[in-house]
Ligand binder design. Structure first.
Ligand SMILES: Cc1cc2nc3c(=O)[nH]c(=O)nc-3n(C[C@H](O)[C@H](O)[C@H](O)COP(=O)(O)OP(=O)(O)OC[C@H]3O[C@@H](n4cnc5c(N)ncnc54)[C@H](O)[C@@H]3O)c2cc1C
Length: 307
């Protein structure tokens, strides 16, 4: 379903993010997780994209497997890193043939395991990718006359590469105006950062839906990994105090982390968030617990068809 159709309903959307596993066993385990979460009828599920090599093919394969064997709407991530125009065109054509409805267009993380020269990429920033997908849409090569719905990333706490926050918003607004339909944010642990970002977007004239990225902390090692992966993320004292007090008891850490994310979700929903996107880290348990506690109807298909 095109994101414009998904967003038409009055209630917030719910979506999950997965990354493509590297081994066959892990792939089967993930597929089980996906089937497990399918009963919650998320509005879409997104699949991340690596910086190069074989993991990229795994993304395409996983996206097509979800599309062809489940009732879910997969949203592939696509990045500027190590790509030329021809390659991106080929990927878009492949996704269009599979009737993939939406794409998340990203700058992409720099590869760490190989030499990388950014100046060789055809697209320097996500805005260039957004423009390219829009041109593809206009060519009529997609089965939906509107083409792909285009998502972009937003950073409530700011993106580390642009410390000047006013200039950052100018770049961001230009990216949205280039043809984006919706925004998914980086994870955050203080809702005030999200609400402030939303207000700053409105002030700048950015009015497309903003979906909030939420990641339940389920272990101390997961917390440390997140600090590394989502560089610049702030961890509020309230969260750290709660986790520190039980750090020797993994089960309690998990309960505390999930409870924290649940409170974030309750407040976001009360403040009329357009959607919540769960960074699942390929596990269903924490997301399921939150989903169940939010009291959201499991079968959202009836709601979707009545939109
Ligand atoms: C929801 C979400 C999903 C993600 N999924 C993936 C994934 O699957 N794979 C992956 O590799 N990474 C992923 N990332 C990480 C993301 O690709 C990186 O954080 C990247 O550095 C920023 O991406 P962007 O799309 O915002 O890039 P951009 O919009 O290109 O912005 C990157 C930086 O460049 C600056 N900038 C923009 N335009 C200009 C300009 N004209 N001149 C100078 N500076 C400019 C911006 O202010 C920002 O600091 C994801 C991030 C999010 C929030």
């Amino acid at each position: 379903m095109h994101i414009d159709d998904i967003m038409q309903g009055g209630s917030p959307t719910f979506s999950f993010e997965f990354f493509p596993p590297k081994t066959r066993d892990a792939a089967e385990m993930l597929y089980k997780t996906i089937r497990d979460l399918e009963s919650y009828m998320p509005d879409f599920v997104s699949v991340t994209y690596g910086a190069g090599g074989s993991t990229r093919e795994l993304t395409h394969d996983l996206v097509e497997r979800i599309q062809h064997t489940t009732k879910l709407d997969p949203v592939p991530h696509l990045t500027c890193v190590c790509h030329n125009e021809e390659e991106i065109e080929t990927i878009l054509a492949r996704y269009a043939r599979s009737a993939i409805a939406n794409i998340l267009a990203l700058g992409g993380d720099r590869p760490t395991a190989m030499a990388y020269d950014k100046s060789r990429d055809s697209f320097q920033h996500a805005i260039d990718l957004v423009k390219f997908v829009r041109r593809f849409n206009e060519s009529g090569a997609h089965p939906d006359a509107r083409g792909f719905g285009i998502g972009v990333a937003g950073f409530p706490e700011g993106h580390p590469a642009t410390p000047n926050r006013l200039r950052e918003m100018d770049y961001f607004k230009a990216k949205v105006d280039a043809g984006a339909h919706y925004i998914v944010t980086q994870l955050f642990f203080d809702n005030r950062d999200f609400f402030d970002f939303r207000e700053r977007c409105a002030l700048a004239g950015v009015h497309i839906p903003i979906i909030a990225g939420i990641m339940p902390i389920t272990s101390i090692s997961g917390l440390k990994r997140m600090a590394e992966l989502a560089g610049g993320a702030r961890f509020p004292a309230k969260l750290l105090r709660a986790l520190n007090s039980c750090q020797d008891n993994p089960e309690t850490v998990r309960t505390v982390g999930i409870q924290y994310a649940l409170e974030q979700c309750h407040e976001l929903i009360a403040e009329r968030v357009r959607g919540i996107h769960f960074y699942t880290l390929n596990r269903s348990d924490a997301t399921r617990t939150i989903f169940d506690s939010l009291g959201i109807r499991r079968d959202r298909s009836a709601e979707a068809s009545s939109r």
